[in-house]
Ligand binder design. Sequence first.
Ligand SMILES: [Fe+2]
Ligand SMILES: [Fe+2]
Length: 274
Amino acid sequence: MRTLTPGSLIEGAVGILHCANPAGKIALSHAVAEAWASGTLPVGERIMPPDRPARPDRPLLLPPRDMPRRRKAGAEGSRIALLHAVAHIELNAVDLAWDLVARFDPPGAGFYDASFYDDWVRVADEEATHHGLLAGRLAEYGAAYGDLPAHDGLWQTAEATAHDLLARLAVVPMVLEARGLDVTLPMIESLSRAGDHASADVLRIVYRDEIGHVEIGRRWFGQVCRQRGLTPITEWHDLVRRHYRALLKRPFNDAARLAAGFDAAFYEPLAEQC
Ligand SMILES: [Fe+2]
Ligand SMILES: [Fe+2]
C-alpha cells in the first residue's frame, strides 16, 4: 500500500480525508503520526479539508432514524453487527481527528503550537488503531467493514460544528466520545458473556484510549475558553444546546468521565430525567 510521507502535517491530514479506502486511511494515519512523532514533519500551510471525507461505496450510509435496531451481543450475527457499528464509529473518529488538525488553528499560542498537534495526532493514530483492530475482528468472523449499513449522524455533527473549534470540542469529544465511555463497558460485558473474549479485549483498548480522548477534548475546550475569556460550564451548555439539540442519555459512566477530568457539573444539567 502506498504510504508516501507528505510534505507537511496539514497536507497529510487532508490527504487522509481524501482517501476513500479504509485500509489506506488507516495506513496513512499511522504513517503521518509516525512522521509527526519523529519531529521531521512541519505543520505546513493551512489547506481547507473537504466538507465530507472520502468514503468507500459501502457501507451504505443511512440517517440514524432508519438504522436497524442494534441487538445484544449474544448471537454471532449480533456480535458482527455490534463490531461493524463500532468500526464505523472509529473510522469516523479517524476523519474527525484529522479534520480538526487540518481545519482549526490552536488557541492562543498560535499556529505552530506543537502540543495541540501532538494531542490530536495521537487521537487520530489511536482511532486508526481502533478501526484496524475491529476490522480484524470482523475478518475473523468472515465479515468485513462495509457489509452492513451504517449511520451518517457523526459527520452531520462535524458539519454543524465546522465553523468553530470550541463548538467542535463541545460536541465531538465532550458529548459523543464521552457517550462512548458510557456504552463501552456494557458492550465489553455483553461480549464476554457471549464468550467473545478477543472482541472484549479490543473494546478494552478502545475504552482505555477513549478516556484519554475525552481528557484531551476537555482540556483544549478549557484552553479555548480561557483564551476567549469564557466560563467553560456555561459556554458548554450553550454550545451543546445549539449544536447537539438533544438531552444527554443516562446512565453516565461517572468514574470514566471523572478520570477524563470531565466533571458531572458539566453534564448533569443537560441530562434526560431519570
Ligand atoms: Fe476510538
Ligand atoms: Fe476517540
